[in-house]
Design a binder for this molecule. Structure first.
Ligand code: ACO
Length: 446
């Protein structure tokens, strides 16, 4: 059987045979098909939102959305969540292999010694308004970090890339915690290098006057598992931003700031925050049926449900749901859990959700756990950004070293007007907008 596809251009009768490699054809092969002599670009493929277009080759994360499978470097997410730690998983993502004990010790040491931030970074953060969203603070401060490490622009130097990777993974919890402390008007807490990665983060978040803050081990472990589950997810919106920005070859701090900006949106990393706000708004189990009716009528979305890739239960949501009981044993049950369970029960039986293959995604339950751990709602996307930084960096470096990659520059189908001659304002009727710039009523109705 030939591993090719034959395409006939019915405009010209021309046929081309295009090789299939790894289940894909190269879109550039279509350019050979030209409508006429004037058609210089040839045939393009049109795929808004990359529904069926691979933008890269990757060896990092595998997802089978129909079967609900997620693996990092071949290892099932369930095994990693059960047995590994976030720092070990971060090593796996970046290096491709699980670390031997000495490698893990070296990696942990490098990350731990880079957790502090320059005093000027703190002053920079002080400039934000007291009610600034912590995700906005995080994305600006990560971008600003680039100016503290000018050598980070030497991205073709492996040693420089390593240091940037250590620094970014190390400083994200510090910056995240400082964004929170700033919003509360609390002093910044120095990292405690004796603590594990998640325990140190909790200490920087919550330490007050006590000489040392030691979080409950179950809570530390729950946070570590949440970090593992969020560490990578192949070519999602923020990873695509990381790769696209990285393709123009700026320093990785700038690319990471772009990825954080992409993660900020409510359809991506902002969803866990949106889920909590939705549950708060629903308010009680009795109100769930009315809410579902509104969703089905298209008034709003059931946040935390649906996924571009998973058309089955998100495997991360399964792990989180199972973990919730253990966390609630320590923290007490989150009262919003009953509303979430009822939403899930109704949605999984309802034809609207079943026919569209809408299942709970990772964010449906993660917010409930974060809230039970005492983490405020507007910190949820920040909590997502901390571990995802490991995945972003692994993907950024993979893209950078991929000889086939070039600056990311999608094509467009231009449907605007043809060439027009410029006229001064008094020479034409304008665009039918009144002077206030709002569209004329006739246009709105049209
Ligand atoms: N609630 C209600 N209806 C939904 C939902 C939802 N959460 N998600 C999708 N649908 C419906 C759409 O209205 C559409 O219906 P239609 O065919 O009648 O028009 C159909 O399901 C397909 O939806 P799309 O928007 O085309 O799916 P897409 O793959 O583009 O979007 C997304 C995926 C953005 C995740 C979407 O499901 C969504 O908005 N979910 C809620 C937000 C959310 O939880 N995001 C977190 C994603 S996970 C992550 O980033 C970690």
């Amino acid at each position: 059987m030939a591993e090719t596809v034959t395409i006939t251009d019915n405009r010209t009768g021309r046929t081309i045979e295009v090789p299939i490699e790894n289940g894909a054809i190269r879109a550039t092969a279509l350019a050979e098909l030209r409508g006429d002599a004037e058609d210089h670009d040839g045939l393009m493929s049109y795929d808004p939102a990359f529904i069926n277009t691979a933008s890269c080759v990757s060896r990092i994360t595998f997802i089978d959305g129909d079967r609900g499978i997620l693996r990092y470097r071949g290892y099932p997410i369930e095994q990693l969540a059960e047995q590994s730690t976030f720092l070990e998983v971060a090593y796996l993502l970046v290096h491709g292999e699980l670390p031997a004990p000495a490698q893990l010790a070296g990696w942990t040491h490098e990350i731990t010694i880079h957790t502090m931030v320059h005093e000027n970074v703190k002053r920079f953060m002080d400039g934000f308004h007291h009610d600034a969203h912590p995700m906005g603070i995080l994305l600006s401060t990560v971008g600003a970090l680039a100016t503290f490490y000018p050598d980070a622009t030497r991205i073709h130097d492996e040693e420089q890339r390593r240091i940037s990777i250590y620094r970014l993974i190390a400083k994200m919890p510090t910056l995240a915690a400082y964004a929170y402390r700033h919003s509360k008007g609390l002093p910044y807490v120095q990292p405690d290098n004796e603590l594990s990665y998640p325990a140190n983060f909790l200490s920087m978040m919550f330490r007050m006057v006590e000489p040392r803050y030691l979080a409950v081990p179950e809570i530390v472990r729950a946070l570590d598992v949440l970090f593992i589950l969020h560490a990578d997810h192949e070519q999602n919106c923020s990873t695509n931003a990381m790769r696209a920005v990285g393709s123009s070859q700026p320093d990785p701090y700038s690319a990471t700031a772009a990825a954080i900006a992409a993660l900020y949106g409510p359809l991506h990393g902002g969803a866990n925050e949106a889920v909590l706000r939705m549950l708060d708004r629903i308010g009680s189990v009795d109100a769930v049926p009315d809410f579902i009716t509104g969703v089905k009528a298209g008034k709003e979305r059931l946040m935390g449900f649906g996924h571009r890739v998973y058309k089955n239960y998100d495997p991360r949501a399964k792990v989180i749901k199972a973990m919730a009981d253990k966390v609630f044993e320590v923290t007490g049950v989150n009262p919003l859990l009953r509303i979430a369970l009822e939403l899930e029960r109704i949605a999984l039986e309802d034809e609207y959700f079943v026919s569209r293959k809408l299942y709970p995604n990772v964010d449906f339950y993660s917010g409930l756990i974060y809230q039970a751990l005492g983490l405020p709602t507007d910190m949820f996307p920040v909590l997502f950004a901390i571990p995802r930084t490991a995945g972003w960096l692994a993907q950024w470096e993979e893209g950078l070293l991929d000889k086939e990659q070039r600056i990311a520059r999608p094509r467009q189908l231009y449907l605007g007007s043809g060439e027009r001659q410029y006229m001064r304002p008094h020479e034409h009727a304008g665009d039918a907008r009144p002077a206030d710039g709002k569209p004329a009523r006739a246009q709105v109705l049209a």
